[in-house]
Design a protein around this ligand. Structure first.
Ligand SMILES: [Zn+2]
Ligand SMILES: [Zn+2]
Length: 207
């Protein structure tokens, strides 16, 4: 996808009026970022805490539900990034375009978006399986999302000294230079599976 010049996207968002534009401007603020990241962890802890309260009888089922949840999240991370954040819906795409243009900014989703989606998901899952399993599954997906948010934060901000971590940073920086490659942040699994893995021969410098 061709990147729009930073000034045009930022100017569009700044000039628009109405509720959605106000939400988009809020989504670029530092407080929205930190409230969102904190509430993402809180929602995952609340769901997993509720899961333990509801079902302590089936530890194996709980473990399997959590592993499935983390695995499912790894695909959600890839799919959202590839087809939503780099997709045609302006509400999702513009904030992410701004993130590509200013990786050290705070552009993210509105803080209330992911808690609402996760809680709706938990309610939906509870209609299809035992409540405990639904809470473990939704809690693990929520935990995966919160960890992804934290990982994406530090991949841009932390100066790693260890070679493996620096390689991880380089892989994400390649995505910023080539937005059709390396969509996975926490795992390259789906980039391998779906053919979007790319490591440049001329190394992109780690920040
Ligand atoms: Zn990034
Ligand atoms: Zn991206």
């Amino acid at each position: 996808m061709a990147e729009k010049p930073q000034s045009s996207v930022a100017a569009e968002v700044a000039a628009e009026t109405g509720f959605l534009a106000a939400v988009q401007r809020m989504s670029a603020t530092r407080w929205n970022y930190f409230v969102g990241q904190t509430s993402d962890f809180l929602v995952s802890f609340v769901l997993l805490g509720a899961a333990v309260a509801v079902d302590r009888e089936h530890p194996l089922r709980a473990l399997v539900a959590m592993l499935v949840g983390l695995f499912v999240f790894s695909f959600i991370e890839y799919a959202f990034h590839r087809w939503l954040f780099h997709g045609p819906v302006a509400l999702f795409e513009r904030g992410h375009t701004l993130h590509h243009q200013r990786p050290l900014g705070y552009d993210s989703l509105p803080f209330f978006f992911s808690p609402i989606v996760i809680l709706l998901l938990a309610a939906l899952l509870a209609t299809a399986m035992p409540l405990g399993a639904a809470l473990y599954l939704a809690g693990a997906i929520a935990l995966g999302y919160a960890l992804y948010g934290y990982a994406h934060f530090i991949v841009h901000r932390y100066r790693f000294h260890n070679a493996a971590w620096r390689a991880w940073v380089r892989i994400h920086n390649i995505h910023h230079a080539h937005p059709d490659k390396n969509f996975g942040v926490t795992t390259p699994l789906w980039d391998f599976v779906l053919g979007t893995w790319y490591v440049s021969k001329s190394k992109v410098r780690a920040r």
